[in-house]
Design a protein. Structure first.
Length: 330
């Protein structure tokens, strides 16, 4: 039975270690064997391949959130369809329980897709206290250089008072839980008899895997080898708690007023046009930006040319009266 389970799990692209086999024996076959006994059976049958060069697990510094929704990890990975077309799969994963909160396939992962999938996960599971991702520009622009503003996800997290955490460059193990999930997903997809030819077919397979992963697959890193769904439901959920209203984003941009009399400013991934006046065409300016508040200053003279609060819903900002006293009426 141990060897049969080993083959069935491995052929399905699922984990087939001694812990997982023991869980299936207990929960599906009402048999109890120790982990050592299962391992001896596998070793005797030549089903275990020694890996002496593999880094020992004890050498890793492990951490896990104490509560569900305390931290959500996210990442995306490449996947090639049966037709050869490239796709990308994005995942949002609960750090405490390893519950797959949202997994979806797209032609390419962009900033708007990251924000949309985050909102979908929040709609279904509530808001997290924090997020943890790598420093890719779809997640953060803080490390991109160039003085750009926050992207759409960063604005959303600040608005909801959700702490944003990012791994340091060249430290992939910081987001190791979500990366391990992606490896498990791709291993399972590779084991399917028919490879998906479209994103719709790929998404159908992903949904099948997520249901099995969350509800029916014991997780080796969880106490008592619980399923992620069980671990997620076992404790109270964390909620956003840090007030980020004082966490303003201050920056200085240099620009030159174009022939239409405008300068541009990108906020939350959207470009906004600020009218200064055609008479100022060619003038080099400084833009002093604090969140939505903007001051446009002549770089040569220091003269304040315009001061405004950006309306995020409009590309072209309404023309405002130049700074200074209002003109006298005659």
């Amino acid at each position: 039975m141990v060897l049969r389970l080993r083959k069935q799990l491995a052929d399905s692209g699922l984990d087939a270690g001694a812990d997982t086999i023991g869980w299936h024996l207990t929960h599906r076959h009402q048999r109890t064997l120790s982990r050592a006994t299962i391992h001896r059976i596998l070793t005797r049958a030549g089903a275990v391949v020694p890996e002496p060069a593999k880094r020992p697990k004890a050498s890793y510094l492990r951490f896990a959130a104490e509560q569900p929704n305390e931290t959500w990890q996210s990442d995306f990975t490449h996947y090639r369809l049966g037709t050869g077309a490239d796709t990308e799969i994005i995942t949002w994963l609960d750090d405490h329980s390893r519950l797959a909160l949202h997994v979806s396939a797209h032609p390419r992962i962009t900033g708007p897709i990251v924000l949309a999938t985050f909102r979908q996960a929040c709609h279904q599971h509530g808001y997290p206290a924090s997020t943890l991702t790598d420093n890719g520009t779809v997640y953060t622009t803080r490390f991109a250089g160039g003085g750009g503003g926050r992207n759409r996800l960063e604005h959303e997290l600040r608005r909801l008072h959700i702490t944003q955490k990012n791994s340091r460059p060249n430290h992939p193990t910081t987001c190791g839980k979500v990366e391990r999930f992606q490896q498990t997903l791709k291993k399972w997809l590779a084991a399917q008899p028919l490879q998906p030819a479209t994103i719709v077919e790929l998404q159908a397979l992903i949904d099948l895997f997520v249901d099995a992963y969350n509800q029916h697959r014991p997780h080796r890193s969880l106490p008592q080898r619980a399923t992620p769904a069980t671990a997620y439901a076992a404790r109270p959920k964390a909620t956003p708690g840090t007030d980020r209203s004082a966490d303003t984003h201050d920056r200085v941009r240099t620009d030159k007023i174009d022939k239409t009399g405008c300068v541009t400013l990108r906020l939350a991934g959207r470009l906004h046009h600020i009218g200064i006046g055609r008479t100022q065409t060619g003038t080099h300016v400084l833009l002093l930006v604090q969140d939505l508040d903007v001051r446009v200053i002549d770089a040569a003279t220091g003269e304040l040319l315009r001061e405004l609060t950006i309306d995020p819903s409009r590309d072209y900002q309404p023309t405002g009266r130049p700074p200074g006293p209002a003109p006298k009426k005659h």
